[in-house]
Design a protein around this ligand. Structure first.
Ligand code: G1P
Length: 294
């Protein structure tokens, strides 16, 4: 079965990035010249998305505006003959993809955000992308890799990667039924942000999921967990008790733009890959590596 619906939870306050995120949603922060939310929508579209469900907050209208037609801007670009820019603006929403908005009024956590999309998702399996994590893979996006694994297994698939021990407390950490070398392995559990001494592994959840609709029902009875929030991780743990759930060690480089270092690293590495400014940025970095600052 093809995964057509992708939930993008974007209602969070973005406090780690204040003051930048006081008036601008954190998902509108650019990596080079594109906002984080757009990378996520493009990744979903590449995986075959037909409907993007933004779980957002009424104070974050810029996110909805980003995907709405701006006729005034388009007319101005047409008048000035700026065809390339016009094309960029018109292709913000990939062809064949629609955006639906649903509001999460209270910050009750990621699990609650996903639950807000229950009615729209219905009884189909669906994808979830956390836009503050970017995954770079120009050959095959992370979500596409998960969607392919779903085709193979017909079960929930969670994107994972190994993180250093001193970072396990920042993520959902999974345990596997067996230790093996395969990329796709059955999960036996998952815990949200464990202290290092309790972490079952160093395999972290990166913010890419394909989930069966059963998780929505489980979310309805999920109690507040880590940080006093309703955690998606806890509902996935409950799902594992009922049906097979797989961890997929995707190919690609992840950037956790929810933290300053990850965000700056993403900007540097995406800038180095940029056809227009890549060489210049490379020279700048070499200059600094040589110790000549300023
Ligand atoms: C969320 C999830 C966590 C996951 C992480 C990926 O946490 O709850 O399981 O590992 O995203 O970035 P957050 O970053 O919202 O605190």
């Amino acid at each position: 079965m093809k995964i057509k619906k992708y939930v993008l939870p974007v209602a969070g306050l973005g406090t780690r990035f204040l003051p930048a995120t006081k008036a601008i949603p954190k998902e509108m922060l650019p990596v080079v010249d594109k906002p984080l939310i757009q990378y996520a929508v493009e990744e979903a579209a590449e995986a075959g998305a037909e409907q993007i469900i933004l779980v957002t907050h009424p104070s974050k209208l810029a996110l909805e505006d980003h995907f709405a037609v701006n006729s005034e801007l388009e007319s101005a670009l047409i008048e000035k003959g700026k065809d390339e820019l016009l094309q960029k603006v018109r292709s913000i929403l990939p062809e064949g993809v629609t955006v639906t908005t649903v509001y999460q009024y209270e910050p009750l956590g990621l699990g609650h955000a996903v639950l807000c999309a229950k009615e729209i998702v219905g009884d189909e399996p669906f994808g979830v992308i956390l836009p503050d994590v970017l995954v770079y893979n120009p050959e095959k996006g992370c979500m596409r890799q998960l969607a392919d694994s779903y085709e193979q297994k017909g079960a929930s698939i969670i994107g994972v990667e190994t993180v250093p021990l001193d970072e396990v407390h920042k993520y959902g950490i999974v345990s596997l039924t067996e230790r093996g070398e395969e990329k796709l392995q059955r999960m036996s559990g998952v815990v949200e942000k464990p202290p290092v001494e309790d972490a079952p592994s160093q395999l972290s959840v990166v913010g890419r999921y394909i989930l069966t609709a059963r998780v929505m029902e489980l979310l309805e009875s999920t109690e507040r967990g880590a940080g006093g929030e309703i955690q998606l991780t806890d509902a996935i743990a409950a799902l594992i008790a009922e049906e097979p759930v797989f961890a997929y060690a995707f190919d690609g480089t992840s950037y956790d733009c929810g933290y300053k270092y990850g965000y700056v690293r993403a900007n540097i590495e995406y800038a180095l890959r940029d056809g227009e400014i890549g060489d210049e940025v490379g020279q700048l970095i070499q200059k600094h590596a040589g110790g000549q600052h300023g």
